[in-house]
Design a protein around this ligand. Structure first.
Ligand code: PLP
Length: 376
């Protein structure tokens, strides 16, 4: 199998698994318990938190362990709404569903929501975010980079605009945490998922900067400084810290490796397969993601046929009840409906090799030719 869907999830790193193993086996105490087994778990969670805050450049009481990016985004958005009780939210129209659906839920409860569209290069303009803001704007969310196109967003500028207006700014760092430093100085809150950088699934962190007020989402025990009830996932937390540490320490090397694979693959696609188009501006992209449209092909067909050849990719388009609908992200970037139905997302990871990229390209080329020749 050639796995080019690393933006969806990654393979668990062996060293991360080794770090987690004791807490999946003999160290099973509840971190809240007042005995030696509990203390061992609590100690592991404390050390994990210490690692994250030191690497991220924030402080220990700003790091909350959660189940991943979905929970982090829900907590920030709904937590601000719960505290403020009414007001206006501004989100980019390309946010992950964990933010956009949360906003639509809040709209049903009486909050106003404005979605800001990206430009054709895939980036949202900070000035358009500023224009969308109103006197009663309480919350803004713009992701650090988009999960379909990999386009990095101008969050520093947007953070500044939010700060000047006293608007809470959340930035979803799920796709960037492995590749870029966390923007701890430009947002009030940010979140990530460990499984995007070779850590365990169902684990991640919400970083909530000091002074940023959010009503808690999950009531219960006093876990996570009383902010998130529920027995903590010790193994997941240990894995999160181990994976994040590895991602930070090896960032330059991994980024260079992935970028090399991406550039070789892209170059061949654009020069050797006619009617192809890269969606988004390459100069603004993470090294990990390519979103490419193929004239005359549905992304779903390409995905299906590549899957038969053992190559895992994904599409940006949503598939409901067998019908493929165009990608909202590409539509808002100004692509026509057929272009927005044809994209395939190739996402590269540290375990991929040049040989795999070569084989994946050959499989892609013959797949596209086959679809264009009506399956012959
Ligand atoms: N945000 C972005 C940008 C994502 O790509 C994803 C998952 O793909 C999420 C949030 C949600 O992450 P999780 O499913 O780990 O909660």
């Amino acid at each position: 199998m050639i796995y080019l869907d690393n933006a969806a999830s990654t393979k668990l790193d062996e060293e991360v698994l080794t770090a987690m193993m004791p807490y999946l086996t003999e160290q099973y105490g509840n971190a809240q318990s007042q005995h030696a087994a509990g203390r061992a778990s609590a100690n592991a969670v404390m050390m994990a938190r210490d690692k994250i805050y030191a690497l991220a450049g924030c402080s220990a009481h700003e790091v909350y362990f959660v189940s991943g990016g979905t929970e982090a985004g829900n907590t920030a958005l709904k937590g601000v709404c719960a505290l403020r009780k009414k007001g206006h939210l501004v989100l980019s129209s390309i946010e992950h569903a964990s933010l956009s659906e949360s906003a639509l839920d809040m709209q049903k409860l009486g909050f106003d929501v404005t979605f800001v569209q990206p430009e054709s290069d895939g980036a949202v303009l900070a000035e358009n975010v500023a224009k969308a803001m109103r006197e009663d704007t309480i919350f803004c969310a713009v992701m650090a980079a988009n999960n379909e196109t990999g386009v990095i967003q101008p969050i520093e500028e947007i953070g500044k605009i939010c700060r000047e207006r006293g608007v809470f700014f959340y930035t979803d760092c799920v796709q960037t945490a492995a590749y870029l430093p966390l923007p701890v100085n430009c947002a009030d809150a940010m979140g990530f998922s460990s499984h995007k950088f070779y850590g365990p699934k169902g684990a991640g962190a919400l970083i909530l900067k000091k002074g940023s007020k959010v009503f808690r989402l999950i009531s219960g025990g006093m876990q996570e400084m009383g902010f998130r009830g529920g027995t903590v996932n010790t193994a997941g937390i240990v894995g999160t810290a181990a994976a994040y540490e590895k991602a930070c320490l090896n960032r330059e090397k991994v980024n260079a490796h992935i970028k090399n694979l991406r550039d070789k693959f892209l170059n061949r696609v654009l020069t050797e397969i006619n009617g192809t188009r890269l969606n988004g501006d390459l100069n603004k992209m993470l090294p990990s993601i390519l979103n490419i449209s193929f004239d005359g092909c549905d992304g779903e067909n390409i995905l299906f046929l590549l899957d038969l050849k053992g190559v895992c990719v994904s599409t940006g388009a949503a598939c409901a009840a067998g019908a493929v609908s165009p990608s909202d992200t590409l539509i808002t970037m100004g692509c026509g409906a057929s272009e927005a139905k044809s994209p395939v997302r190739f996402s590269f990871g540290k375990h991929n090799t040049e040989k795999e990229i070569y084989l994946a390209f050959e499989a892609l080329k013959s797949t596209v030719e086959k679809i264009r020749n009506n399956g012959k």
